[in-house]
Each structure stands twice: as C-alpha cells, then as structure tokens.
Design a protein around this ligand. Sequence first.
Ligand code: AMP
Ligand code: ZN
Length: 450
Amino acid sequence: MKFYNTLAGKKEKFKPLKKKFAGLYTCGPTVYDYAHLGNLRTYIFEDVLKRALILNGYRIKHVMNITDVGHLTSDADEGEDKMTKALRREEKPLTMEAMKELAYFYAEKFKKDIAELNILPPDIWCFASEHVKAQINLIKRLENNDYAYSTNDGVYFNVVKFKDYGKLARLRRLDNKSRTRVINPEKKNPRDFALWKFNEKLGWESPWGKGFPGWHIECSAMAMEYLGESFDIHCGGIDHIPVHHTNEIAQAEAATGKKFVNYWLHGNFLTLKGARMGKSKGNFLNLAEIKKKGFHPLDFRYLALTAHYRSPLLFSLEALKAAKIARQRLNNLFEFSFKLLKNQNSKFREAFFNAVNDDLNTPRALAVLWKNINSLNSRDFLWADRILGLGFDKIKKIGIPAEIAALAEKREKFRREKKWKEADKLRKELASLGWLTEDTPTGSRLIRKI
Ligand code: AMP
Ligand code: ZN
C-alpha cells in the first residue's frame, strides 16, 4: 500500500511498526454542534483508509477523540471556548454538568451520522474531559524537560526549544508571524501555544491552577495512552497541518524524545460556493438537511468517493443528485445482475485493489467498477463494497421469480445454441413481464424495469 505522507511530502510505501497491525488515530469532532458535510467528508476518507488496511489483511486499533473541552473558537488559543459559546447559544447554565450534557448530546448525533454513512466506528472513543489526568501528566513531563512555562493566563509550550518545530507543515523556522491576531505579550514566541488555560469558574484543579487543558494536548495525551508513544498513522483535515498536528508532534516528541507518528494523512476540503465548508462563515449543510431534501446519507458517501481525498471537492445539490442516480443504478445492478454470472472477476478485483492501494484512489476504483459493471457477479460487488461501504450487503434481494428465472435460462440456452429468433421471442416476453435482459460477454443478466 502506498500513501501520501504529509510528513515526507511524498507517496510512501506503508511499513507498519508491528507486522500486519496498524495503530490509527483520527482527530474527532468538537461536540458543540452538529457535524457538517465538510467534517463528514474527512471521516469518510478516514473510513476508506481503514477499510483499505483491513482488506490488505491488517488488524487495526483505531482511536477517535471527542473534543468536549478546550477548543477555542480560533485554533490558535484565542477567542471563546467553543463549548462555552454553545452553552450560551442554547441558553444553558455555564456549568460543567451542562457542558457534559451538551457534549453527550452532540457526540450521540455524531455517532448516528457516521453510522448512517456506513463509517466503521473506532475501537476506542475517548472524551477529552475524561482524560484530564493524562493531559496534566504530559504537561508535567514537558515542564520537567523545560519546554513549558507559565504566564498570567495559562501554561505555554516554548516552540523555540523544540528543534524540529513545524516540520510537518514545513513552516519557515519561526518566521515571527504570529498565529494569533491578538498577540499575547507574555508569550515568549508568537507561535507558542497553550497547554493549559486558567479559568477561575470552570474546569479542573491542576498543579498550575484551575482551568482547562488546551485542545492540542488532548490528542497527544490520548493517542499515546491508547496507541503508545510511537504509532503508525494519524489523520485529519488539511487545516490541522500547520497548527493542531504541528503542535501534537511538538508536545509528544518533546516529552518522549521518540518519533510520535510515522504516517500523517490529510484530507482536503469540501467546498461550498467557492469557500471551505465551515461553521464560522455560515456556509454549511449537515446530514439532516440533505435528508430533508430527499437524499440518502449514502448519496453523500458516493459523492465523496468520486473525488480523491487530497483534492478539494465542490459540493452542489446537482452533484449530489448525480451521485444519487449513480448509486441507485449500482444498487439496481447489484440486486438483479448476479443470476447468470458465475465466476468472480479477478481482473476487475486486481485493478480495483491497485487503485485503492495507490493512495486510496477512489475515483479510479469507481471508474474500474463501472468499466467492468457488465461482468461482475454479486460476490464481486460485495467484495468492492468492503472499501466503498455503499451498503450492498443491506440491500434486500427480492429475488427473481422462479418462472422469470426459468424463462431467462431457456433464453440463455437458445443463445448458446445460436437460435436467435427463439431467444429474441423470449427476450420480448420477459420485457412484457417487466424484466429486461442485458447480454454481456460472460452471460446474460436480468434487470427489473424501474
Ligand atoms: P472539528 O469538529 O472542527 O474539529 O473538525 C472535525 C474534522 O473535520 C477535522 O478533521 C477537520 O479538519 C475537518 N474539516 C473541517 N472543515 C472541513 C471541510 N470543509 N472539508 C473537509 N474537512 C473538514
Ligand atoms: Zn486532534
């Protein structure tokens, strides 16, 4: 398998740390609102990655965090805490209990969304608020190694001390460009980021004072807790490259002195009206909204598969309609096309597998599927669906009525005997009964008229 590794800046062959095992960490949702389709595109890409690893025979340990604390409105430690803002929006009291309730509510919605998109759930879900001790311990390690310092509003990571800071994003070494619009004068360097933020009213007690862990420390701490100090693959959207993942690497490697993650994979944006789909600008749609418009969640999954995960994908209702039509046709073909095709199509499987293993090239895999569509039996469809996740296994096969199957067999016999006239008569008879016959090089198949 080959993946584009952001850290290496090129496609690389995947070499796991342990034989046939992959440790996988994917940054999860901040549960202050419903996920939008942009977020969901990223989770679909990560699902394809996981399915591809499984199809290649890997055992996976997949960890996904739930950010229910510490994510400020700007990724760079400024602005209001997103959870606090949501409590205000929903006119709830500003208490830890209300925050927890809100987090559970949106976490459940998120789990339902991903189930509807046929995304395999992680082996471990971890809430940041339930791992505060691990985060405090990691900050202590950083303090002991002289990477952390305190100011009036929190504890910060000193990026100048970390030699390789910014290697993931290829940031020009401390170019003095502040990540924050409001420069905190107490920070030693503009890029220093918060490990802990003080808050007198809400939060947890810590050796530095009451408050919240920073957003970045949660992922480093929980990833290491469940996957060890070094593991195989870490993913997220491309927006995470310059700040969140850059800071995760700095924290983990400054604490352990070991390489944190070998492969970093990042998904490009879903865009709407020329801009990244996002909450801040208000240009977003969520799954419930497209369902109200008559789409199935898997129509969106199909749309996501039509673009390579490293390319931007332009969202429009027209594109979603085209995806819906294609998916329905596939479902229909799956339901009725298997009857007379006995052998599995190994050439198809090889081409499809190669596309997937070449940096998860789903558009190429779909093209291979459509190109071979006339010579696939139901087992080929189900095999491809182990990657695509379009839910063929859930389609109830109504089945072909026995008298129709008998007519089709009889026609097939005439065709083999080159009795074209008789075969044609039966074709017309089948059509009048609502069944179309399609002749392919490997046999005929039946499709119900819709
Ligand atoms: P958040 O809940 O904001 O932490 O984001 C969850 C995931 O969605 C992250 O991996 C982000 O990188 C990703 N993401 C956010 N906006 C988009 C978008 N428009 N397209 C694709 N992925 C996105
Ligand atoms: Zn993260």
